[in-house]
Design a protein around this ligand. Structure first.
Ligand code: C2O
Ligand code: CU
Ligand code: CU
Length: 482
């Protein structure tokens, strides 16, 4: 049987009842938002080192949890890479179990992708050289070892990967990292007496692991000091399963400027934004009025419908909107940049170029579970098999992928491609469906226009539900591109 990082911590954490009242006080203390270290590939000779390692993290003062991180104890540094460069990333596995590191959203050949086939053994170093050829975007990297992704990511194996290019620089968007350009990794985690625990059991298999505490960059109850001007937030949903329905407490408008694939053609004014696991969004928010304000999330109602009832309703009762991150604008009103009228031009793909249609239904294997057996999740009813190639695609082709999901909403992610949403439930896509994406929420069918620009011959690409427990339990398939 496989060792669990956190099982030990859970036991150690469940010490005395008295301790739990102490941490509740501590938990109420605001903590300054942690900003992951920035590593710019150009200042490192286009060569970056990452080390996956175990460590201890104090999410609450005086309460240590056992965690995993890259070059640190929880999460990893933000890596900045430049379009046109070839960047070597040397990943050393200092854990005592296998891992892999997937570059989520990066358009690179299959054998560099860091999926389950690029396993790194304990003590080994993997040295992919990544050709960066795509537009500026907020991407991320995370563990992707089959069957253990959910637990390794939950324990902390994730970080941000920012692609930058000249088009982005020419727009003069807020770009002072950690000042007016903030990386925000949103995660929910479960704590007991102030220590991180790993929820287990059948419910986690169905719903995915969720927690009662929201973390941003690993900070509980975070506060961010920001200048009194336009600030750029790079929101990354790094939760295992939680969907966020985000809005500011005063309902202020903000501008959505980038989807998973990079900048949009023009900013879109919104007052709320939903973000499913694996999804990212960049937004511009104006703090010129100097008012302290919280970004909040509504309750996550995404759960399987069992006999017409939300199987999670009980934990949702009494859970209203909750703060994700408080902002405290500092200093005088600064003359900042304005929201640009236009961002970048997109080359539109013509749907009539599609040579093929494939259908993918994310299935939950609930029959097996209800019958007392262990249900396996799957795609089109088949659980993932590392030895089986599910689809073969021709390099350069454009295809329509029709994706749907059983019983609840599932974020469908495809490796090695960007796609456009063509339709949702047979109707035109909504405002949040625009732009290039690599992850999309599906329950009712969505049609995706996908272009395959990257070869996957030596190793296949994955497609899967980004609820990590669904993925680990079989809701994944793989395809080659040649
Ligand atoms: Cu973000 Cu296949 O993963
Ligand atoms: Cu990916
Ligand atoms: Cu799913």
């Amino acid at each position: 049987t496989r060792r669990s990082f956190l099982a030990g911590a859970a036991l150690a954490g469940g010490t005395a009842f008295a301790a739990s009242s102490t941490w509740r006080v501590a938990a109420a203390e605001p903590q300054e938002l942690r900003i992951p270290e920035l590593i710019d590939a150009r200042s490192q000779g286009r060569s970056i080192s990452l080390r996956a390692q175990a460590g201890r993290t104090s999410f609450f003062p005086g309460k240590e949890s056992r965690t995993l991180g890259y070059n640190g104890s929880y999460l990893g540094p933000t890596l900045r890479v430049h379009r046109g460069d070839d960047v070597e990333i040397a990943v050393t596995n200092a854990l005592d179990e296998e891992t892999s590191v997937h570059w989520h959203g990066l358009l690179i050949p299959g054998e560099l992708d860091g999926g389950p086939h690029q396993m790194i053994r304990p003590g080994a170093t993997w040295r992919p050289v990544l050709p960066i050829r795509q537009p500026a975007a907020t991407l991320w990297y995370h563990s992707h070892v089959h069957g253990r992704t959910a637990e390794q990511v939950y324990a902390g194996l994730a970080g941000l990967l920012l692609v930058t290019d000249d088009d982005e620089k020419a727009l003069a968007l807020p770009s002072e990292y950690g000042v007016d350009d903030l990386p925000l990794v949103l995660q929910d985690r479960q704590f007991e007496s102030g220590r991180l625990i790993l929820p287990e059991g059948m419910m986690t298999l169905m719903h995915g692991r969720r927690g009662d505490t929201l973390l941003v960059n690993g900070t509980a109850n975070p506060v961010a000091r920001v200048p009194r001007r336009l600030v750029r937030l790079r929101l990354v949903n790094g939760s295992n399963a939680r969907f966020y329905d985000l809005a500011f407490a005063d309902d202020r408008a903000f501008h959505w400027i980038a989807s998973e694939g990079g900048l949009l053609e023009r900013p879109v004014e919104l007052r709320s934004l939903s973000l499913a696991p694996g999804e990212r969004a960049e937004i511009l928010v104006d703090f010129a009025d100097g008012r302290a304000i919280a970004l909040e999330a509504g309750p996550d109602t995404n759960a399987p419908m069992v006999m017409g009832m939300l199987a999670r309703a009980a934990d949702l009762i009494g859970r209203g909107r909750e703060p994700v991150l408080r902002f405290e604008p500092q200093g005088g009103e600064a003359p900042g940049v304005k929201v640009p009228e236009r961002l970048v031009a997109h080359e539109r793909l013509d749907p009539s170029r599609a040579v093929r249609r494939r259908r993918f239904a994310m299935t939950m294997g609930m029959g097996g579970m209800m019958g007392g057996g262990m249900g396996m999740h799957g795609i089109n009813g088949r659980p993932y098999d590392m030895e089986r190639i599910d689809e073969e695609v021709r390099l350069g082709d454009v295809e329509i992928w029709e994706v749907s999901g059983e019983m609840m909403a599932h974020p469908f992610h495809i490796h090695g491609v960007h796609f456009e949403v063509l339709s949702r439930s047979g109707a035109a896509p909504g405002p949040r469906d625009q732009g290039l994406r690599d992850t999309v929420v599906a329950q009712e069918p969505v049609e995706l226009l996908v272009r395959f620009t990257q070869p996957a011959v030596a190793a296949p690409f994955m497609y899967h539900c980004h609820i990590l427990e669904h993925e680990d339990n079989g809701m994944m398939g793989q395809f080659v591109v040649r």
